[in-house]
Design a protein around this ligand. Structure first.
Ligand code: PAF
Length: 278
């Protein structure tokens, strides 16, 4: 496993290792969700690259960029069993040299939900993912369904810019109580960690109501809000029942919807979602 810090090392390694490449882009602090994507990339490609880069352009000023966990040694150990060919862990200066001034902006899909709460976030994600695709030149790239809007934005960007990469999406990995695995879960106190299981309970309540015939978007959002309201530590940012393609809120659901939410526990912000299909 080559640990490359520079773009030139990645390019040279790629040139020497012909065949299909799978890329798993990450910000490190790996968990089982990431590892399931790495395992899938390993099964589907001749070569596998994992990028580990806490991307400054997707964090707002004053957010958790500085405190975001960076356990590189532990991450490398976790990757050992997967026979990964390349780990790309650049510095911010390598990715954003002085006078950097080009950004990728996906227009409409970035407006609602996370985009409304985190202005500029998806511009940073789309820019860094484009750069990673250009540097690693993967045939396939692997992302988690937990970041459903990120997946929609990246798929749109790949289509619009004719990027020659297949986007593969892995299901959300969950703890025993349903909490979606996330690198940010380590911020939770033990009381907050217990309380955080309410996100999945709220999503499941809406899913059950949907499967019992409820099709009213507002009714289903109210079901989720009702469950979240039972947890005093939860501060709701948004609750959504949206069209999975456009991410616009639905008043009446035909055959599918993306239920999603962002909820704060103290200073920790968690997101989760469930896709429902009739
Ligand atoms: O999902 C993430 O960890 C990040 O947004 C990504 C895709 C690695 C880009 O920095």
């Amino acid at each position: 496993m080559l640990l490359a810090k520079s773009i030139s090392e990645v390019r040279a390694f790629h040139k020497k290792n012909v065949g299909t490449w799978g890329l798993v882009p990450t910000m490190g602090a790996l968990h089982q969700g990431h590892l399931s994507l790495v395992a899938r990339a390993r099964a589907e490609n001749e070569h596998v690259a994992v990028s580990i880069f806490v991307n400054p352009t997707q964090f707002a000023a004053g957010s958790d960029f500085e405190k975001y966990p960076r356990p590189l040694e532990r991450d490398l150990e976790m990757l050992q069993p997967f026979n990964v060919d390349l780990v790309f862990a650049p510095t911010a200066a390598e990715m954003y040299p002085p006078n950097f001034q080009t950004y990728v902006n996906v227009q409409d899909l970035t407006q609602p939900l996370e985009g409304a709460m985190r202005p500029g976030h998806f511009r940073g994600v789309a820019t860094v993912v484009t750069k990673l695709f250009n540097i690693v030149q993967p045939d396939r790239a692997y992302f988690g369904q937990k970041d459903a809007q990120q997946v929609a934005v990246i798929r749109q960007m790949v289509r619009d810019l004719n990027l020659p990469v297949e986007i593969v999406v892995g299901e959300t990995k969950r703890e025993a109580d349903g909490l979606a695995m996330s690198s940010r879960n380590v911020y939770l106190s033990s009381e907050e960690r217990r309380a955080a299981a309410v996100l999945y309970r709220a999503l499941c309540a809406a899913r059950d109501a949907f499967h019992n015939g409820e099709r009213g978007g507002e009714k289903l959002r109210a079901v989720m809000r009702g469950v979240l309201a039972q947890e005093p530590r939860a501060t709701v940012e948004y609750v959504s029942a949206a069209d999975p393609a456009t991410l616009q809120e639905l008043e009446h659901i035909q055959d599918r919807a993306l239920f999603s939410m962002a909820v704060r526990f103290g200073s920790t912000r968690l997101i989760d979602n469930l896709l429902v299909v009739a």
